[in-house]
Design a protein around this ligand. Structure first.
Ligand SMILES: Cc1cc2nc3c(=O)[nH]c(=O)nc-3n(C[C@H](O)[C@H](O)[C@H](O)COP(=O)(O)OP(=O)(O)OC[C@H]3O[C@@H](n4cnc5c(N)ncnc54)[C@H](O)[C@@H]3O)c2cc1C
Ligand code: SF4
Length: 484
């Protein structure tokens, strides 16, 4: 513990943002990094409280050893801090940017509403480590002669690949897209995380012996059966990208889209990639000078809001069928768990109009073009309240109500139909494997990340990739020195 009285003397500070009026003029990250002295001061607030709920079961999913690295940062021991952080998390610069930080909810100082700024410190350690040249390839000194294939290069696939390569295996990552990163690259907008951070890790992993095969759609370009035959182990990290069907009448009108094609297009535009190849969208979708309605209340909906503002939308309204949550949670009933309370994302804070307890009844239009969204208020049981109908003017509407499981085409069709792999039959089609050994019902095939657990978080994908790698290493070698 750095400073025994730190938590009494120092107020919580979080990294500041550029003002909304400035940041909506560009797509770059807008968080103003904290100075080193401020980061070390904030690290001094950690009480090392004995039972570190922050990295316990309700806190950080990868069990980052938060009090330990807070102490190291307070004492300016940045190299040891990144070594400690890397011992649990392959990509802290990703989570330091996009993680919703359940660790901070579980921090003992959150009982007073002033948790340690864990996420900001995590990002600072990773960014500083790059700045000081502490992050370099760590190739295995002994090779095992075993060959492992990873399907998908999202955070789960990348974490699995890095761990397996460091254990000495020959690792091949097969990725359908032209670049690595999965939803980190093509879903999450640049203003939340710029993509050079992924490129740097790909470079590091290439230096560790990982081979990336891009434009390889497994199950279409190459059968999974072939991949399984050619490798000692295959880990399927294909994500969960099928949009949940909304079933809202009028969804066929021009101007109504699922959220993903919109976000993928914009990410490709910024990455100077071809946008014609984005599935489900035959034309550029742009919100400039338009009235935009976003249906849904999660991360994906928020990302549509921020993207629309940056493209010059006149007005963005976000519809949430859930009741407006309370401003504050009942700490003694909820802590150290994640609390349902009123949260405003940086995108919503850019000027979105938020409507709660509102159902979307129909998209309405003229001559095939969307002109508005017909809505009504609902009661606590989500039943329409008579006489409350209203129409919101809309030129563009995005549906962002979640994901129902992996894409059915290609790999999943082959796995389920031809190879008889067990998938969840309760509507999601997630591949069935437990979270101890991540093994599917098919010999030599493992599964990790969203494809197994359903659409989740980057930090959970990293955890699953790491743990699956450890399970595979153990299965191939009889024992494993990889951490879980
Ligand atoms: C818009 C949006 C915003 C989000 N924001 C956040 C956030 O702020 N914070 C957070 O923690 N989480 C966020 N998430 C969730 C997070 O991105 C995912 O949980 C995480 O990326 C899952 O990682 P994964 O590796 O399991 O899958 P993915 O990231 O989906 O990666 C799967 C990869 O597999 C590839 N693939 C699939 N099938 C094949 C095949 N047959 N052959 C070859 N390659 C294949 C895909 O192209 C993709 O690259 C967000 C999700 C979305 C959609
Ligand atoms: S990965 Fe997420 S939960 Fe873990 S320490 Fe970082 S911000 Fe907190």
């Amino acid at each position: 513990m750095g400073k025994v009285t730190g938590f009494m003397e120092i107020d919580r500070q979080v990294a500041k943002y550029q003002p909304a009026s400035d940041r909506i003029r560009h797509f770059r990250e807008f968080i103003i990094p904290m100075s080193d002295p401020e980061v070390t001061k904030q690290a001094a607030r950690c009480m090392d409280c004995g039972i570190p709920y922050c990295h316990g079961p309700t806190g950080c999913p990868v069990h980052n050893q938060i009090p330990d690295w807070n102490d190291l940062v307070y004492n300016n021991r940045w190299e040891e801090a990144i070594r400690n952080l890397h011992s649990t998390n392959n990509f802290p610069e990703f989570t330091g940017r996009v993680c919703p930080a359940p660790c901070e909810e579980a921090c003992t100082l959150n009982l007073e509403d002033a948790p340690v700024t864990i996420k900001t410190i995590e990002q600072a350690i990773a960014d500083k480590a790059y700045e000081l040249g502490f992050i370099a390839p760590q190739p295995a000194t002994v090779k095992t002669g075993k060959k492992v294939a990873v399907i998908g290069s999202g955070p789960a696939g990348l974490a699995a690949a890095q761990q397996l390569a460091r254990a000495g295996h020959e690792v091949h990552v097969y990725e359908r897209e032209s670049k690595a990163g999965g939803l980190l690259r093509y879903g999450i907008p640049d203003f939340k995380m710029e993509k050079n951070f992924i490129d740097r890790r790909v470079e590091q992993m290439t230096g560790e012996g990982v081979t990336f095969h891009y434009g390889a759609n497994i199950g279409v370009d190459l059968p999974v059966e072939q991949l399984v035959a050619d490798h000692d182990a295959v880990v399927y990290c294909g994500g969960s990208e099928t949009p949940r069907p909304a079933g809202i009448p009028g969804g066929e009108l021009h101007g109504v889209y699922d959220a993903m094609p919109y976000l993928v297009q914009q990410n490709r535009r910024i990455g100077r990639e071809n946008i014609d190849s984005v599935a489900w969208a035959a034309e550029p979708i742009l919100a400039g000078a338009k009235h935009v309605v976003v249906v849904g209340g999660g991360d994906t909906a928020s990302d549509c809001v921020g993207t629309a503002f940056r493209q010059g939308a006149v007005k963005v309204t976000q519809l949430d069928i859930r009741p407006q949550p309370p401003e504050k949670e009942d700490k003694l009933a909820i802590w150290p768990f994640w609390a349902t309370k009123m949260r405003t994302s940086s995108s919503q804070a850019e000027g979105a109009v938020r409507e709660f307890q509102v159902a979307t009844l129909e998209f309405v239009g003229e001559d095939g073009q969307l002109t508005g969204v017909r809505c009504c208020e609902v009661d606590e049981r989500r039943q329409p309240i008579a006489g409350t109908e209203f129409i919101i003017k809309a030129d563009l509407a995005f549906i962002a109500i979640g994901f129902s499981g992996p894409m059915k085409d290609g790999v999943l069709t082959e796995l389920e139909g031809k190879l008889g792999v067990n998938v969840d039959r309760r509507g999601s089609s997630n591949v069935i494997a437990n979270d101890r050994d991540y093994k599917t019902s098919l010999d030599k095939l493992w599964a990790a990340g969203d494809v197994r657990r359903g659409q989740s978080l980057v930090v959970w994908a990293i955890r699953e990739g790491r743990q699956a790698a450890q399970a595979i290493d153990e299965a191939l070698m009889g024992q494993s020195l990889l951490p879980r």
